[in-house]
Design a protein around this ligand. Structure first.
Ligand SMILES: Cc1ncc(COP(=O)(O)O)c(C=O)c1O
Length: 411
């Protein structure tokens, strides 16, 4: 045994449940079975050409650091984009923005600026699991407020308020949601803002999927926390290039807040890591010139996929409600151990030479035992493949149930 002991946080930080099955899936694929991946949020929509061209056009003689909070020209352009394509009513200023290495670093900075070790954040489970990873890194606790499929994943404000205690410093909530696809209405946001205000806690609104909403006229966007009255002091928005422009590898994100002190703290964290990437900021600047039609096309494509997947699942007898946004579907299954089932799908099952890799939802809950019969499906593949995924899932459920009954009969 090593005499060099890891820190508790190093030893205990959870591994990502989203990637947990990846090794088994790769091994299966190497054996000749086609694997359809619905387990991670990696969009397959082509990255916009102007972004790719920005990388190709780069010819500075020195690849230098950028300012710690990002290029001022980029922040200025982002501020303008929010009130046009971004669909915000109230203008944000360039100086409200700090450019980060993905939305991930924006989350880390926002959580670090609002909590101390021993404090806690509130999360509405099932929630984006990396919130737990950052909490572990910062020595803070996550307190879950449970939402359910039966309730269509509604965030119940009474339960949120009841979960607040002396250690609570912030509510962290994605809208549109990962993994539920739930979009908070302006009224719901108002209610949450008033609760956070009453208790003196911050609200970190993770809006990396803001354009990806499927109901309402063209140009509809998920309501932003920054448009809600009373959010100026307590509100931080997390944003990212990854999903909206299919540019996960750019590792570009930013946070936006009208709270000057909070913004300063984020900037100082930013100074400690010197600079966000340089060339990728040029790529984001190019993406900000994309016309509204580009977003309309992307949203139409994801809407088609959502509708295809939902009706294909209905055909398999699975009850799912159509999600309002993002590209995730949290699906209750008639199975009591979805983790074992997902593993078996990847290692043992196939239909016509292919199988499907899903994410068990239990890893998206902090409460032990929750989500045991649920999975997350990501609709980032073409419609025809999604239909095949639903057929594989339906056949898999039947085979798994027959297998379990067989085992019980033997016992
Ligand atoms: C809700 C949510 N927030 C933040 C992120 C972080 O994205 P990135 O660091 O690629 O910007 C993700 C990525 O999947 C996400 O789903």
């Amino acid at each position: 045994m090593s005499t060099h002991q890891l820190s508790r946080r190093g030893a205990q930080v959870p591994s990502s449940p989203i990637r947990a099955l990846a090794a088994a899936a790769r091994a299966r694929a190497a054996g000749g079975t086609r694997v359809l991946y619905l387990n991670i949020g990696q969009p397959d929509v082509p990255t916009p050409k102007p972004m790719v061209q920005a990388y190709q056009n780069f010819d500075d003689t020195v690849l230098a650091y950028a300012p710690s909070d990002g290029f001022p020209e980029l922040r200025e352009k982002l501020a303008g984009w929010y009130t046009t394509i971004g669909g915000m009513r109230r203008r944000v200023q360039a100086d409200d923005i700090v450019v980060t290495t993905g939305g991930s670093e924006a989350l880390l900075f926002a959580m670090a600026a609002t909590t101390d070790p021993g404090d806690s954040i509130l999360v509405c489970e099932p929630y984006y699991t990396n919130y737990s990873g950052y909490a572990q890194l910062l020595g803070i606790n996550t307190r879950p407020v449970t939402c359910t499929a039966d309730d269509n994943w509604v965030v119940n404000p009474t339960r949120v308020e009841a979960a607040i205690d002396d250690t609570t410093r912030a509510l962290v909530i994605p809208t549109p949601g990962n993994p539920t696809g739930r979009v908070l209405t302006a009224k719901e946001l108002e209610h949450l803002v008033s609760i956070c205000d009453r208790h003196g806690i911050f609200m970190i609104s993770d809006e990396v999927y803001r354009e990806l909403v499927y109901d309402g006229p063209r140009g509809t966007r998920a309501p932003s926390l920054l448009d809600i009255d009373g959010s100026d002091e307590l509100g931080v928005v997390i944003d990212s290039a990854s999903k909206r422009w299919s540019a996960c590898g750019a590792r570009m994100g930013w946070l936006v807040t009208r709270n000057g002190q909070l913004r300063e703290a984020a900037l100082r964290f930013g100074q400690a890591r010197l600079s966000p990437a340089t060339v990728d900021q040029y790529a984001v600047a190019a993406a900000l010139d994309l016309p509204a039609a580009w977003y309309d096309d992307m949203i139409d494509e994801y809407r088609r996929r959502r509708d295809t997947l939902v009706s294909a699942l209905h055909e398999q007898g699975l009850e799912v409600t159509s999600p309002q946004g993002a590209f995730y579907l949290a699906v209750p299954l008639p199975i009591d151990d979805a983790e074992a089932f997902c593993h078996w799908l990847v290692t043992d099952f196939e239909l016509d030479g292919e199988t499907v890799c899903l994410a068990p939802l239990s890893g998206f809950y902090a409460t032990p035992g929750e989500g045991r019969d649920e999975v997350r499906m990501t609709y980032v593949l073409e419609c025809e493949k999604l239909e095949r995924c639903a057929r594989i899932l339906g056949a898999g459920i039947k085979a798994w149930s027959a297998r379990s009954e067989g085992e019980q009969a033997e016992a």
